[in-house]
Design a protein around this ligand. Structure first.
Ligand code: PSU
Ligand code: MN
Length: 308
C-alpha cells in the first residue's frame, strides 16, 4: 500500500462529512490553495462559498479541506474558510509541507496533492479543483514538476480538473500521468483541455460522455484494487473560454517576458498568471471562475452517480 493512503487519526473530519461518508451519501472534496493563493480577494471567498452552495443544491455534501492552526480539516466550517480566505499568514501546503504546517500550528491552503491525501483519509472518493499542477516548461533542466502528479499515483480518488494551464508543458504532463498509472478521461472531449481553452492540442487516452460512464470507470478501478487516481478532464464551456488566438498571443508574450526578466523556479507561475490576467483585462479571472463552477458541478454529478 502506498504510504500516502495509510490511515491516520490526525485528520479532523466534520460531523456532516463523517456522517455522509458513513451513510454512502455523495460527498465532494474541495481544495483551498485556489482560495489562499489562486484567486484574488474578495472573489476567493465568494467562489469557495458558491462552490459549496452549488453542491448542497444538488444534494451533495461539500468537504472543503485546509489546515487551520496546525489542524488538517476535512469539512471546514464557514468561519474556518473565512479565516483561510482573509488571513495574511496562510501558507500554500502541499504534501511535503503538511508536517511543518502541523508542527508549527500554521494555517494552510491545501494543494490538489495535500487535499486528495486528506480527503482519502476521510474516505472521500471525489474531488473538484480548477486546474491540476503539472510538468513545468523547462522541467528537463529544473525538475519542476508538481507533487500533484505523484500524489495522484497513490490515491484512489477521482479528480475533476479542466486539464492543466497551458503555461505548463501539457504533453509532458500527460506523459507523466501515464507513467504514474493515472487514468485520464476526457469529459465529452477527445483532447485534453488547457484550462482557459477547451483544447490544448493533445489527445486524451479515453473519453466519457456522462457522469455514469465516469463512475463506471471508478468502479472498475476499485474492483481491480488499483490505488491510483482517475483524472476527469472537463473542458470549460465553449462560450466561456478565452479567445483561442488571444490565448496563444498572450501566452507567447508572457513566456517571452518571463525569459527577458530572467524569472525562474517558483516565481514563474505567479509571474505568468499575472501577465495573463493583465493582458486579458481580467477576463482570465472570469474564465477561472467559470472553469471552477463547471468542475464542481460535474464532480457533484459523478459523486451522485457513484452513490446511487
Ligand atoms: N493550477 C491552477 N490554479 C491553482 C493551482 C494550480 O490553475 O490554484 C494550485 C492547485 O492547488 C495545485 C497547485 O494543486 O496550485 C499546484 O502547485 P505546485 O505546482 O506548486 O505543486
Ligand atoms: Mn513546483
Amino acid at each position: 500500500m502506498s504510504p500516502l493512503s495509510f490511515p491516520s487519526p490526525a485528520v479532523s473530519v466534520s460531523a456532516e462529512v463523517r456522517d455522509a461518508v458513513a451513510a454512502g451519501r455523495p460527498v465532494v472534496a474541495l481544495e483551498t490553495t485556489i482560495v489562499t493563493h489562486g484567486l484574488p480577494r474578495p472573489e476567493n471567498l465568494a467562489v469557495a462559498t458558491e462552490a459549496e452552495s452549488l453542491l448542497r443544491a444538488a444534494g451533495v455534501v461539500p468537504a472543503t479541506v485546509g489546515v487551520v492552526a496546525g489542524r488538517p480539516v476535512v469539512g471546514l466550517s464557514g468561519a474556518e474558510l473565512d479565516r483561510l480566505a482573509t488571513d495574511d499568514a496562510v501558507t500554500k501546503v502541499s504534501v511535503r509541507d503538511l508536517p511543518v504546517a502541523l508542527a508549527r500550528g500554521e494555517h494552510g491552503g491545501t494543494t490538489v496533492a495535500a487535499t486528495a491525501l486528506l480527503a482519502r483519509r476521510a474516505g472521500i472518493g471525489v474531488f473538484a479543483t480548477g486546474g491540476l499542477g503539472g510538468v513545468h516548461r523547462g522541467a528537463a533542466a529544473t525538475f519542476d514538476e508538481s507533487a500533484d502528479l505523484v500524489a495522484l499515483a497513490g490515491l484512489p480518488i477521482l479528480v475533476v480538473s479542466a486539464g492543466v494551464k497551458s503555461i505548463l508543458d501539457v504533453p509532458a504532463t500527460l506523459e507523466r500521468l501515464e507513467t504514474l498509472n493515472v487514468t485520464v478521461l476526457g469529459y465529452g472531449t477527445d483532447t485534453f483541455p488547457g484550462f482557459y481553452v477547451r483544447d490544448a492540442g493533445v489527445p486524451v487516452p479515453a473519453r466519457v460522455d456522462s457522469p455514469e460512464e465516469a463512475a463506471a470507470v471508478v468502479a472498475a478501478r476499485d474492483a481491480l484494487g488499483l490505488r491510483s487516481a482517475v483524472l476527469l478532464a472537463n473542458p470549460v464551456a465553449a462560450a466561456d473560454q478565452l479567445d483561442v488566438d488571444e490565448h496563444r498571443a498572450v501566452l507567447d508574450a508572457a513566456l517571452a517576458e518571463a525569459a527577458d526578466h530572467g524569472v525562474t523556479g517558483h516565481d514563474t507561475t505567479p509571474f505568468l498568471l499575472d501577465h495573463v490576467r493583465r493582458a486579458t483585462g481580467g477576463r482570465s479571472l472570469a474564465v477561472n471562475v467559470a472553469v471552477y463552477r463547471g468542475n464542481v458541478t460535474l464532480a457533484g454529478r459523478v459523486a451522485a452517480a457513484l452513490a446511487g
